[in-house]
Design a protein around this ligand. Sequence first.
Ligand code: CTP
Length: 418
Amino acid sequence: MARLLLGVTGGIAAYKSVLLVRLAVKAGHQVRVIQTPTSQRFVAPETFRAITGAPVLTDEFEPDPLRGGFPGDPLPTHAAISHLALVEHADAYLIAPATANTIAGLATGRADTLVGSAYLAADCPVLVAPAMNHRMWHHPATRRNVDVLRADGTRIVDPGSGDLASKGEHGDGRVAEPEELLEVLEGVLAGGSSAGGPGDLAGLRVLVSAGGTREPIDAVRFVGNRSSGRMGYAVAARAAARGAEVTVVAANVGLPAPAGCTVVSVSTAEELRVACAAAFETADVLVMAAAVADFRPVDPSAGKIKKQGRTGMTIELEATADVLIELSGRRRPGQTLVGFAAEHGDQAIVHAREKLVRKGLDAVVVNDVSQPGIAFDATENAVTIVTAGGDRVVARAEKERIADAILDDVVAARATAA
Ligand code: CTP
């Protein structure tokens, strides 16, 4: 159980922070809340005080009756400066909701509120959950400010999409749901149940591709494959739970989005290539779990091809770009690249080792697709992780456990390369 400091700023989404605090307290965490003056127009400090059982600070010059301590802790003997003491005792500091104005202030290091000065004084993990109108969220100024926070090591919990506070408006900008925020927070703090250390991926950006691409034949038909996206989503979920900031490029995945990850939906191999290329620039780790089509119809029909009068048909295919080879050709020092290989039979490892070299990878995760009950659309898998140093067999297990094994090898590869 952890000491969580929550900074609440002035947006309608402040009501969701009440729910978050309730969840966190119920889960056994010790929570303190600080608020900006504007946030009190949306939720009164008394509400947070009642749920946390601790005073709520709204002003830097206000003495803290708990002297920077957390509920249940012995009262510190020294009455320290509140904004420094509170964040000094915290295991994590989350600002939720974070308005566009607060984010601009944080990006420039402004300390004109208790929330801002605690941000500057924090040396625990800091998370920011933006909440605003979608036009404000997409404005270049906000994009720049968010990039600055990321570059400063702050974890951004991306807003979701849906109905917004202003009537009739719909889009990105809704603050992440309280359950998701708590899950991300706990992931950053604890690193889940993985073999890796607590939060051992904190500070890393992980890009995962998942699912299977679809290459149109005509307006209603496509060339596709059997990948469900389960393995890629398991890697994404576990990476987020171990503290990473995760982007998933999802090709036709019909599963609920993994908690705490940014999902970019694509359909074709070309769309996947473009989305991965954009996110790869800033990624530290790439896990390429998607089944990308190797060939696509040369000339897809805009309408629906009619069967009338035909006794058969031939579809001419052309090769797609190999996304992994393209990305590995552009890799920077410090990036770790993991590919997957769906192989069949006794030459599986030999082929995977050849792919490791040809595609310039740190690891290849080999799925033997000839084994029944695993791999495609199953909840379990069994893999061999092939690296330059040797092969590691990971016995049949839930895909989350396989994902942890892959991420453990990523951590090990990065430690060796450092
Ligand atoms: N891959 C890719 N772009 C493609 C095809 C594959 O990035 N156009 C990636 C996959 O995501 C996977 C790895 O390459 O991580 C290996 O995919 P696989 O289909 O096993 O290998 P191929 O190179 O396509 O070789 P083959 O199908 O002949 O075994």
